[in-house]
Ligand binder design. Sequence first.
Ligand code: PLP
Length: 383
Amino acid sequence: MSLNTAQMLRQTVLRRGGARTFASAAIPAREPSARLLAVSKAQGVSDGLTEAIGNTPLIRLNHLSKETGCNILGKAEFMNPGGSIKDRAALYVVLDAEERGLLKPGGTVVEGTAGNTGIGLAHVCRSRGYKLVIYMPNTQSQGKIDLLRLLGAEVYPVPAVAFDNEANYNHQARRHAEALDNAVWTNQFDNVANRRAHIETTGPEIWAQTEGKVDAFTCATGTGGTFAGTTRYLKTVSGGRVKAFLADPPGSVLHSYISSGGKLIERSGSSITEGIGQGRVTDNLAPDVELVDGSMTVSDEKSINMVYRCLDEEGLYLGASSALNVVAAKEVAEKMGPGSTVVTVLADGAYRYADRLFSRKWLESKNLVGAIPKHLEKYIVLP
Ligand SMILES: Cc1ncc(COP(=O)(O)O)c(C=O)c1O
């Protein structure tokens, strides 16, 4: 019986560290394929879900790289167990609460979130035996509420009011945790354990994967943890050589803040992207604002266009914010010139947004059909 490479891989048991490889006796003697060798060097068995977070592939976007004459690389964060980059922050805020003695076995984690952080926390809390309580604005879709509930979270949709109103979902989350014993409000926006996740994991992974051959990093910010932590690490390890550019969706204030040298906080427009855009400089972003080399706003037209291009050209099924990051990486690459290597973050996949991003009716309601090239309209498969 001859086995193909995939079957051979399945029979290969790997230990973490990649040092020990046991191949089944059924594997015929032949030269191992390059793919098998690469897999043998990868990480082995993860001790539970939390160890499976991070160490994501860094994918070269071949079409865009060719088009720009640069290396445009996307960190495949959609491959985390919870499906997004926020698994990293979720893990770190929980570990930090444990280390500080705020969370003991059987305790409760409380967070205000409408998106990926809640999903990441739900996975991490289940795997470590904690209860999870989520507050979110009641403007969020039933799908998000259902998903968090089926992942074991207790969910409270509350009126969508501004941060300076005590009824805001973040304040309600804080008060809920304060009223319980053995409970912590993980406070993703201003808890710098979030940023630390990226100083200790995302940044070092990018540096190792590129063998230090990286010229620029760019991505959008929600809490700012990803951008700030990764920027801090890459700037430090490269002695300031790696450039950092913040990418903003319409409606976020950070581009105006950075490009005006901290003088302006202007908000204009709104965006179809989710999980990104910010109205203030969070504690996660604040320590690293001075490291930023520049910023840009990316329009929804460009982002949606890139959702469809990445699907068609790269085979990547990305959410709109990841597509925004790819647009930013392309623009940074064009600015830096041929031969440069620019890294960005593919924060999550399109799975949770498919009913919008690939719906003609929704695209029309947002005036975005015109942003999709005619030959890519075949991907608008939903009414
Ligand atoms: C969907 C999504 N979530 C989160 C983030 C970044 O999150 P944060 O700034 O909270 O680390 C990004 C960044 O591009 C994103 O696209």
